[in-house]
Design a protein around this ligand. Structure first.
Ligand code: NAD
Length: 504
């Protein structure tokens, strides 16, 4: 753990966040802040300290209805605007975010528990990068012409669906908010965004910055609970497209709601991604990069709360004794503490429920005889929801901790001998989001990248998403892709084909 929090605060090393301005924590509808009619509020907690941070409005179907009406009214003028002008506004928002990056990073660290040093600063810049990327490529909303022959001219255009309803989780709320805002607005749709109830504040700060950029109604936010505001948005008859990022369980509910009216859906869901180490990756000079890559892929510095976490580590038996002690040592050396402490590598998990769930997975594995290469079952009822980076061995791919998305810093390591065997184990999951390979052999890379069922395969690294890449999952990890202009055109527009008989 880092220094005592009170000491650090009095020494001025903990920088407190600025909350969104008074009244900003309600819903943003038709260009104005709006507290839910019910007057009901939700408390946002700082998970590092288990203290209340802010109150937000508990929007319901009523606020969702108002926001969808505003977005519907704003749609005709917004879609008619030049794409370059829509892009200019997104870029402007990205610039404003960069200008206030440090302050927003503090807010993000306080509400999510993601350490400011390793995560929150990077997330703010990543979110700004997404806004500026889509700001630039908005003009690429191109159609096709068809060579159907003389006397006939046919072409297609890319048309926005209308009102998009987007629902996001708490684990990287600003980045995901920026993705949803950018993809919907760049392509000429209007938006109603429902942030996660546990971490809506940085998104609301972004809304504050956006308030005088976009015309009223183009970009609306309804804060509230998933079963209330989220479900109302997913089933609203005037929402033409639903874009959901979150768990596979809720993704299925959202897809059912959208299916009832044949609404277009994008789903970015959970994962249990394999990380496969070949013998050559443990040789010098690659060893350090491999160990760092494995720890990055596991997202230890995000408390393991990443959909793409490479949480199943398959290490060739011949290099197990070289790789595993180093991975355990690196994980154990990370500083765990208050997310606002500038020296901390690993902050807190989002809430008591998630902390308890992670604890239960580790306790179960311990009871069933797993070996701890580092870590331990976390204590019950801690002062802050700081987890313990943990590496487990002595188990196989059938254990619950190896099959389910723990969403904590818990890495399960399993040795392998034969390539077919490791491919079978890697693919033996209902998820198909990400995968990580460590080898320098080109033939192995090509064979393995073909063999693994995943929407995103990284080789010799464990990085995050970059604007421009088409990112998305297969199997129960989702439908559609995000982060690229191609993904935006596929998911947020439909092709309109025009066929003209030309007078001879
Ligand atoms: P979650 O599914 O519980 O909640 C996500 C969002 O859905 C929240 O805003 C929540 O309020 C809302 N919601 C909850 N119930 C709802 C309902 N019945 N109808 C409509 N909306 C509802 O997920 P979470 O715990 O917030 O986030 C963690 C999950 O998100 C993990 O499974 C993780 O893998 C996944 N995730 C996926 C990606 C990706 O890009 N594939 C990215 C980040 C997180």
């Amino acid at each position: 753990m880092a220094e005592n929090i009170a000491d650090a605060a009095s020494a001025g090393t903990l920088l407190e966040p600025r909350l969104p301005v008074d009244g900003v924590a309600g819903c943003f509808i038709d260009g104005r802040w709006h507290w839910p009619e019910s007057g009901d509020k939700l408390i946002v907690e700082n998970p590092s300290r288990r203290v209340p941070l802010a109150e937000i409005g508990r929007g319901t179907a009523r606020e969702v209805g108002l926001a969808v009406d505003a977005a519907t009214a704003a749609f005709p003028a917004w879609r008619a605007l030049a794409a370059s002008e829509r892009g200019r506004m997104l870029s402007e928002l990205g610039d404003r975010l960069i200008a206030d990056a440090e302050e927003v990073a503090r807010l993000l660290a306080a509400e999510t528990g993601n350490a400011i040093k390793t995560q929150s600063r990077g997330e703010v810049m990543g979110a700004a990068g997404v806004l500026k990327y889509y700001g630039g490529v908005s003009v690429e909303q191109k159609g096709e012409t068809l060579p159907l022959g003389p006397g006939i001219f046919s072409y297609s255009t890319r048309e926005p669906h209308g009102v998009v309803g987007s629902i996001i989780p708490w684990n990287s709320p600003l980045q995901l908010g920026a993705v949803k805002i950018s993809m919907a607005l760049a392509t000429g749709n209007t938006l109603v965004l429902k942030p996660a109830e546990d971490a809506p504040l940085a998104v609301l700060r972004l809304v504050e910055m956006a308030a005088d950029i976009f015309p009223p109604g183009v970009f609306n936010v309804v804060t509230g609970l998933g079963e209330e505001a989220g479900a109302a948005l997913a089933r609203h008859p005037d929402v033409a497209k639903v874009s959901f990022t979150g768990s596979s369980e809720v993704g299925k509910l959202v897809a059912h709601a959208a299916a009832d009216r044949i609404a277009n859906v994008t789903l970015e869901l959970g994962g249990k991604s394999p990380c496969i180490v070949f013998p050559d990756a443990a040789a010098e000079p690659h060893l350090d990069q491999t160990v760092t890559g494995i720890c990055n892929a596991m997202r230890f510095a995000r408390q393991g709360q990443s959909c793409t976490a490479g949480s199943r580590l398959f290490v060739h038996r011949s290099v197990w004794d070289t790789i595993m002690p180093r991975v355990a040592e690196k994980a154990a050396a990370m500083v765990v503490g208050d997310a606002l402490d500038p020296d901390v590598d690993i902050g807190a998990v989002i809430n008591g429920e998630r902390y308890g769930a992670i604890r239960a997975y580790v306790a179960e594995a311990e009871a069933e005889g797993a070996t701890f290469l580092t870590g331990a079952t976390p204590p019950d009822d801690p002062p802050g929801y700081q987890p313990i980076p943990t590496v487990l061995a002595g188990l196989d791919n059938t254990w619950r901790v190896a099959r389910e998305e723990v969403f904590g810093p818990v890495l399960v390591a399993i040795p392998w001998d034969d390539e077919d065997e490791v491919v079978t184990m890697a693919n033996d999951t209902h998820y198909g989001l990400a995968a990580f390979l460590f080898t320098r052999d080109a033939a192995t890379i090509i064979r393995m990248t073909r063999a693994i069922d995943a929407g995103w395969v990284q080789v010799n690294q464990g990085g995050g998403q970059i604007p421009g890449m088409s990112y998305g999952g297969t199997k129960q990890s989702g439908i559609g892709s995000e982060y690229s202009i191609e993904g935006a055109l596929e998911a947020y527009t439909f092709r309109k084909c025009v066929t003209i008989a030309v007078d001879p």
